[in-house]
Design a binder for this molecule. Structure first.
Ligand SMILES: *Cc1c(COP(=O)(O)O)cnc(C)c1O
Length: 403
């Protein structure tokens, strides 16, 4: 008889976003006359840049010609895109990444999950708390997380990110093998400086650990002390894999293009992880469509850069508006300076869901309860800067009026 992967049965339901959506729908049904503003969206809202659309259309036309048709492409991505990535995202920052170390993919989310394929199920995995749920759930599916007991997976090592430690995880007190780090962070919106990242690279070197570094929000960095890549830290090429995405950088959430960097110098017992990941991708992945890779390439053109930068600046302006308004309303806020997320402390010791309900019922504004990202997120709500400026201003006025 066939057996299922019963690790899937251990997963708790995805209550967070479904409950947020249900409560918002209930509010809309009960108050058809009242406006509802979503400050909870984790998706970009601005359209793709004109330069990107132009390249996408040109590539689509090419595909309709005998000379320009492209069938199966290289699983690792076309060299025209990989060389732009190596040049513009790395060489320009003094980092030497060879194109053979770059794997173009359909998403940082998929890669963050799929990367587990090349690691033994016996590894001890460390995650931040609160955390982007993908790291946790994919390890649980693989059988690396143990059992879910009282809001915790028994085999994961949790690194609380709290107000006390400035939302910076502390180095593990026991030996761990794989460490997920995400900066600028989703959900806290906090970014790590070079000085703050150095000890992690040292820890990984000393313990033979691998850092899985998610820098999906790199484009939002404004502070010069915050590195855009983990490879800006000396020695990181021996211990870290980096995930990047065009999703938040260039509005590709519905277009799908990302990449993962696996340096040749990253080895375990003499085996290059690069060759394992290459093998995995060649077997299980068909590559990103030619048309989409041409669109991603255009992000690096002069027009593409200017246009995508303008969209990021727009979101960062929203973040500034949120920070200022909530501070004026007497709340303590974090993040939002190098990230599109604001992590707001609930007033009067309210629980995340209590504050969520209050803002929804009284102001008609939807947020995301921090507790949904992990136990250490209790007492916070996340607001995003991905709304329109008009709605952001309106939502902040409504929140200010009720606090
Ligand atoms: C949005 C996001 C990503 C990007 O995922 P894609 O699959 O490339 O769209 C990766 N990591 C985090 C933490 C994110 O919030």
């Amino acid at each position: 008889m066939a057996k299922i992967n019963d690790n899937y049965l251990k997963l708790p339901g995805a209550y967070l976003f479904s409950t947020v959506a249900r409560k918002a729908e209930e509010f809309a049904a009960a108050h058809p006359d009242r406006e509802l503003i979503k400050m909870s969206i984790g998706d970009v809202t601005k359209p793709l840049a004109p330069a990107v659309i132009k390249a996408m259309k040109a590539a689509a036309d090419e595909m309709g010609t005998a000379e320009g048709f492209h069938g199966y492409g290289p699983e690792q991505g076309y060299d025209f895109l990989r060389s732009k990535i190596a040049e513009c995202d790395y060489k320009s920052r003094g980092i030497d990444i060879d194109i053979s170390e770059i794997f173009v993919s359909d998403g940082a989310k998929s890669d963050c999950g799929n990367i587990g394929d090349i690691f033994s199920v016996d590894n001890k995995v460390a995650v931040c708390d609160p955390v982007y749920p993908v790291y946790v759930d994919t390890n649980a599916m693989a059988g690396r997380a143990g059992d879910y007991v009282g809001e915790h997976w028994t085999n994961l090592y949790y690194m609380p990110c709290t107000e006390e430690n400035g939302f910076m995880p502390e180095l593990p007190k026991e030996k761990v093998d794989i460490i997920y780090l995400c900066f600028p962070n989703n959900p806290t919106g906090v970014a790590a400086t070079r000085e703050q990242l150095k000890p992690w690279v040292e820890y990984a070197k000393e313990n033979g650990a691998v850092i899985l570094y998610d820098s999906a929000y790199e484009a939002f960095i404004t502070n010069p002390d915050v590195p855009h890549s983990i490879y800006e830290i000396e020695g990181a090429k021996e211990v870290a894999i980096e995930f990047r995405s065009f999703s938040k950088t260039a509005g590709f959430t519905g277009t799908r293009c990302a990449y993962t960097v696996v340096p040749h110098t990253l080895k375990i017992d003499g085996t290059e992880l690069n060759s394992l990941w290459n093998r995995r991708q060649c077997t299980k992945f068909n590559g990103v469509p030619y048309v989409i890779q041409r669109a991603a390439e255009a992000v690096y053109s002069e027009d593409g850069r200017r246009e995508t930068k303008a969209a990021i600046a727009y979101y960062l302006e929203n973040a500034k508006i949120i920070r200022a308004a909530l501070t004026e309303a007497g709340l303590t806020v974090y993040g939002g300076e190098n990230a599109p997320y604001i992590w707001a402390k609930t007033p009067d010791g309210l629980k995340s869901w209590e504050f969520f309900d209050k803002i929804l019922d009284e102001a008609g504004v939807v947020t995301t309860p921090g507790s949904g990202f992990g136990p250490s997120g209790e007492g916070f709500v996340r607001l995003t800067a991905f709304s329109t400026k008009e709605n952001t201003i309106k939502a902040m006025e409504k929140i200010k009026a009720i606090l």
